[in-house]
Design a protein around this ligand. Structure first.
Ligand SMILES: NCc1[nH]cc(CCC(=O)O)c1CC(=O)O
Length: 316
């Protein structure tokens, strides 16, 4: 039987989500799976993600392994994948997205509204810190790293009152029960691509089995919505280093996109919402509509001062 070598990070979450999608890939492809575990900079360094600069700390080593021919496909959390296209690689498949929401996991079943005054909430994400500042200015965000079990452990042992995590990650690890408040997407929009996976492959055509498997796990609607969200991120990157949330979904014949840029402390924000009607449900028409809503959102956000919320320092 043909073997498909699947590259993955070694964290519990990465292994769980890679196995879940690789099993579907294998079935559709009629192939056997061999796992190749790759250690990334994001796994080794204990520095805060914000200080590491974010872009590519989890993805780079996986991509190198793919380009070196050590594996045939790599699985990323789409949220961790830089938006720029990478030479020699393509997005082979974007499976159907899981829950896009953030989850508060708090002691004593607390919700965002009922967290005790002055609570300590673990998160290293500038977006979550800003949203927390807006919703609960009395609480303190505490920078944390480490895998999901480590983070939940800090709540269990009383070091923190709560942690903020992606609901999708909790679900994939079988820890959905740890969520004490699933934050509504309308009030608390999440990161571009959150809850989605990316299967990346080399640009050239792969084996017939691999291509069949990719076609089967790809989900056109998810691909279009994460494209819209990531184009907002890419469009703002040049002129704006502030925290960004973006959420897109397809309903009936429309693709919707809402994007928000926050000041670091969350006291200020700019939001833009747009919808467009794709000519058809074909992938290329969905992608065109995604590009349209993203372009309109970026233009409106920048026009409304998004870049001034966290101005980039001038180079000397
Ligand atoms: N950068 C960390 C990261 N990348 C993807 C997920 C969760 C799963 C997802 O959003 O697909 C997480 C952890 C978190 O945000 O709680």
């Amino acid at each position: 039987m043909t073997v498909i070598r699947v590259g993955t990070r070694g964290s519990a979450l990465a292994l769980a989500q890679t196995r879940q999608v690789a099993e579907r890939l294998a079935k559709a492809a009629g192939a056997e799976i061999e796992y190749v575990t790759v250690t990334t900079e994001g796994d080794i360094s204990r520095a805060s993600l914000a200080s590491l600069g974010g872009t590519g700390v989890f993805a780079t080593a996986l991509r190198e392994s793919l380009l070196a021919g050590e594996c045939d496909v790599v699985v990323h959390s789409l949220k961790d994948l830089p938006t720029a296209e990478h030479e020699g690689l393509r997005l082979g498949a974007v499976p159907k997205r899981a829950d896009v929401r953030d989850a508060l996991c708090a002691a004593d079943g607390a919700t965002l509204a009922t967290l005790p005054e002055g609570a300590r909430v673990g998160t290293g994400s500038p977006r979550r810190i800003a949203q927390l500042g807006a919703a609960r200015p009395d609480v303190t965000a505490v920078d944390i790293r480490g895998n999901i079990d480590t983070r939940l452990g800090k709540v269990a042992d009383g070091e923190l009152d709560a942690v903020l995590l992606a609901a999708a990650g909790l679900g994939r690890l079988g820890r959905a029960d740890a969520a004490t408040d699933l934050l509504p997407i309308e009030d608390w929009p999440t990161a571009p691509g959150q809850g989605a996976l990316a299967l990346e492959v080399r640009a050239e055509r792969g084996s017939r089995e691999l291509e069949r498997g990719l076609g089967s796990v790809d989900h056109g609607t998810t691909r279009a919505t994460v494209l819209a969200e990531r184009l907002v991120l890419a469009g703002l990157e040049a002129g704006c280093s502030a925290p960004i949330a973006a959420h897109s979904f397809v309903d009936d014949d429309l693709i919707f996109l809402t994007a928000t840029v926050y000041s670091g402390d969350g006291t200020q924000r700019v939001t833009s919402s747009h919808a467009a009607t794709p000519e058809s449900r074909r992938a290329s028409d969905l992608a065109d509509a995604a590009r349209e809503v993203a372009a309109r959102a970026v233009e409106e956000l920048l026009g409304n001062g998004a870049a001034e919320l966290a101005p980039k320092e001038e180079a000397p």
